[in-house]
Design a protein around this ligand. Sequence first.
Ligand code: FAD
Length: 397
Amino acid sequence: MTSAALGGIRHSASDSVALVTAASGDAPDRFDVAIVGAGIVGLAHAWHAVRAGLRVVVLERDEFAVGASIRNFGHICTSAQSGLAYEYALRAREEWLTLATDAGIPVSAPGTVIIARRAEELAVLEEFVGERTDDNLLLTPTQVAERLGFAPVGAIGGAWLGLDLRVDAPTAVPAFAAHLARLGVEFRYRAHVLGVETGRVVTTAGDVTADRVTVAVGHDVDRFFPGEAEKHGVVRCRLRMIEADAPAGVTIDPGVFTGTSLLRYDGFTQTKAAEALRDALAREAPALGEHGVNLMLTQRLPHSEAAGRLVLGDTHHYGLTETPFEDEASDELLLAEFRDLFGTELTVRRRWRGVYASSPNGPYLVAHPAEGVTAVSVTSGIGMTTALGLAASVLDL
Ligand SMILES: Cc1cc2nc3c(=O)[nH]c(=O)nc-3n(C[C@H](O)[C@H](O)[C@H](O)COP(=O)(O)OP(=O)(O)OC[C@H]3O[C@@H](n4cnc5c(N)ncnc54)[C@H](O)[C@@H]3O)c2cc1C
């Protein structure tokens, strides 16, 4: 078997990751399920496995999860999904509500308000609301302002998606992990996984053996299984996020989408009216397309360390490798758009980059590169919304 060393992991020609011999001579610990990655996808698998009575270990390279799962809006956008993602989202919604009760994770259920500022946006919303049986409503501009707690400049109407939830990602993810630990899941942080094979995982903190191994490393799925990632067309999507003070006195309970969101989620893009909106935005606001802008926001929940601040985003830039260089034009564009929406300047408090796996071939990579080894990656920006449903289906316990 030919193999090539790659950063401590040995990749065979057949795309399985061969083992590197463990440094320690101790017998490895034994589990039913070993999960690589403590982001939402890894935790979702641990949640279903431990409740099925299995002995579970989660192996995470960092001191705590710092990936996409804590960098997002915490927007559980159930209604905007379609097909399999919608099925997963409905299941995940129930699981989030169970976690709110069982784990005490604050989950807010004010739905999402979509602000329409173009006739083409309204047309998408009318078609979408007409087709769905969810708890969705079309809104007049006055109703948009009532539900949002502020009057967005230029709104000609909108819609409310009643199923959508919100969590504070930077606190929800560690709280979820802490709850899993109480249920008996073992967490090993600072355990960089060097290789996996049937029944065995090698980490910088010692080996473990397990009947099942689930690799849930987000966009780094290509580091483990380059062939599977390439087959699925996986690239990295780089996003800019901004946290700003809310305008004085403004409290925005729902998640907020705008017209650009209608070109991003399958539930909207599959409407007939979406094409005219795509044309209109390309014609009237090409910079939004150039930077992949999805103008949306959530407000930090009251228990958050940044309570009340607005989480504003986002831009999308794609590539196999993420460039380290941030183009100031992206942030300027985002801030200008929000200034137009609120009719006022916003004071920026923090900025960050997020990265997730993306593929034109569908929102999930689920592969079985070796007996008992499963690779799972959400290849669209909907992991918070759907992972808790996806994991139940992948584990199939
Ligand atoms: C800016 C941004 C906004 C988003 N907004 C939303 C939203 O509002 N709603 C929504 O539904 N989705 C949203 N998403 C998408 C969502 O956050 C992701 O789909 C989801 O978090 C992916 O989860 P994950 O567990 O696969 O990845 P991650 O959270 O990245 O976790 C992967 C983990 O694997 C670990 N790991 C990697 N390699 C190794 C190794 N060799 N050994 C051990 N550990 C390893 C990493 O350290 C990391 O902790 C957003 C994403 C971004 C970036």
